[in-house]
Design a protein around this ligand. Structure first.
Ligand code: HEM
Length: 531
């Protein structure tokens, strides 16, 4: 590890960590990739990789030798109730085994009416908003995407409605909590990473809670109150579902999601499962509802959808081409909603989504920690600091491995010279051969966006369907243009990328929006009936 090239240490205490995890760290990440290649030593001690072979070893081949950072695991326990995101080994495999079939394409098909119902609420709310002032208005599209993503995972995932998506800006308290949770966690990051793993082992949970109540720490109390609220809602959803399941299919069918939501499917399957495979109530309640179905699902997809709309606002030619594809397909459908197969096979919509998820992955980096000594092989040898050629790296237990999703997806050697450019059309022609040969260990489209291996994103089909439904409805009905504040928008490199405007730290994305110009039969601004 010591013989590997990398940037000089920026601080004797924190090494390169602050440069790596800074919200404005894009340039630093780009520069270490361009200067040192796909495997870089970072001071801390740590290893920064986007070499496909090395990534494969960490995520798939040798994954038992790698865990997530202890502090993050402790945070998962605290916030997510030790959800799927935080579990490992047998416990994790058991949950994954039960949950994976729930995300099958067959179940996604059943969900499409719910997806269109939610997007139609969004469409109405935006049209009502434009009614008072039909010319281009600046709208915080991130806030609308977050509300929509929450409502979608609520209705389709939990069979529960969080937000009626009316024009009323005062979102459901849950949406507000989701907005505040991560900034609060970020403010407490140092303590969560370094102190929480030890504190979480002291005494009983009620003792720790008692101590926390006594502590004069505003952020910690805020976090406590937010997690309490989330648990209460999760409990409410769980009890209502359990009761309905006991009463039978007719009662379930009358609920939000009509019993086709993920949690109803999971609970039904769980009732049938044999003893050792069965999840207990606590696992379904805290792990699935809180972590799997809201935290992992909401900010990731809303960030991706907001990014896509931002890009469309700045690339009118792409926006127009996409609208044309959608209008023509809709014309053939006589204005009816697309089916799952129709929507997923629209080539340009697919290209636009893929290209956005390639160049701007919502989670730009993820981390793992070596829990035993391991040897990581490299795709091609690197010249060590002492001049020797290195084909593999011996990594001691305790080393932090930063997996750069962001750099893997824009690797010039694999994607070609224009890898740094947003070009949806690249997906309409055969992809570079080097890419197929590289055997990227990601689960999606030669990309690392949804990761690979045992902890890869379980919701990746759900999120793509969600993106395609929402984007298709929005682009058909509205036109997007850069806001007057566009030059001040900064996408931050936070764990899930989020935009801010200038020095205002509050996540937001102003975009100009107006009704789509009526070019086809079914994008009818005049005939639309406002509420
Ligand atoms: C564009 C949207 C999304 C992106 C980019 C994304 C990305 C990721 C990534 C990178 C991971 C791995 C994290 C790690 O291990 O460090 C992950 C895990 C996960 N994602 Fe997603 N995700 C998205 C949407 C969703 C949705 C919609 C759901 C649920 C409906 C979901 C559920 C999960 C779960 C449960 C895990 C943990 C899996 C495990 O540890 O076994 N994600 N996601």
């Amino acid at each position: 590890l010591d013989n590997l090239p990398g940037p000089v240490s920026a601080s004797w205490l924190t090494g390169n960590f602050q440069q790596l995890f800074d919200p404005k760290a894009w340039k630093f990440h780009e520069s270490i990739a361009k200067t040192y290649g796909s495997t870089v030593r970072i001071h801390g001690p740590g290893l920064y990789i986007f070499d496909p072979k090395a990534m494969h070893t960490v995520l798939i081949k040798n994954q038992d030798a790698f865990g997530k950072i202890e502090g993050l695991q402790a945070m998962d326990q605290l916030i997510f109730g030790n959800g799927l995101l935080g579990t490992h080994g047998r416990h994790h495999r058991k949950q994954r085994k039960m949950l994976s079939p729930v995300f099958s394409a067959a179940h996604m098909r059943d969900m499409i009416p719910t997806f269109f119902e939610v997007s139609s609420k969004l469409e109405k709310a935006l049209k009502n908003r434009l009614q008072s002032c039909p010319q281009i208005q600046d709208i915080d599209i991130l806030s609308w995407m977050s509300r929509t993503a929450l409502e979608l995972i609520g209705e389709a995932g939990l069979g529960y409605s969080f937000d009626p998506l009316t024009n009323d800006e005062s979102a459901h308290p849950y949406s507000r909590i989701m907005k505040e949770l991560f900034p609060t966690v970020l403010r407490m990051q140092f303590w969560i990473m370094n102190v929480l793993p030890f504190v979480s082992r002291i005494g009983s949970a009620s003792f720790r809670r008692f101590m926390l109540d006594l502590l004069p720490w505003k952020d910690a109390h805020h976090l406590r109150d937010m997690t309490d609220y989330i648990y209460n809602i999760a409990g409410e959803i769980f009890e209502a579902k359990k009761l309905a399941l006991e009463k039978g299919d007719e009662v379930i069918a009358q609920q939000v999601g009509r019993g086709k939501d993920l949690i109803s499917i999971l609970m039904r399957e769980n009732m049938k499962a044999s003893g050792e495979d069965r999840l207990d109530d606590d696992e379904v309640l805290s792990q699935i509802i809180t972590s799997t179905l809201t935290f992992a699902a909401m900010d990731t997809t809303s960030s991706a959808m907001a990014r896509l709309l931002h890009l469309l606002s700045k690339h009118p030619e792409v926006q127009e081409k996409l609208r044309l594809e959608l209008n023509e397909a809709k014309h053939q459908k006589q204005g009816h909603d697309f089916s799952y197969d129709e929507l997923t096979t629209l080539p340009y919509l697919d290209a636009v989504c893929r290209e956005t998820l390639r160049l701007y992955p919502p989670a730009p980096i993820v981390s793992r920690i070596a829990i035993q000594d391991v040897v990581i092989p490299l795709s091609k040898p690197i010249a060590g600091l002492d001049g020797t050629e290195m084909y593999e790296i011996a990594v001691p237990s305790g080393t932090l491995i930063v997996l750069s999703i962001f750099n893997a997806n824009r690797n010039l050697d694999l994607w070609g010279k224009d890898a740094d450019e947003w070009k949806p059309d690249r997906w309409l022609s055969p992809l570079p051969e080097a890419l197929a040969e590289a055997r990227i260990p990601g689960i999606y489209s030669h990309l690392m966006t949804f990761l690979g291996g045992g902890h890869s994103c379980i919701g990746f089909k759900f999120s793509q369907l969600e993106m395609k439904v929402i984007i298709s409805v929005l682009v058909e009905n509205f036109q997007f243009s850069p806001s007057s504040k566009d030059s001040e928008i900064i996408w931050q490199m936070t764990p899930i990328t989020a935009p801010i405007v200038g020095r205002d730290n509050h996540a937001q994305l102003p975009i100009g929006i107006s009704l789509a110009i009526d070019k086809g039969m079914f994008t009818t601004s005049e005939s639309y009936e406002y509420d």
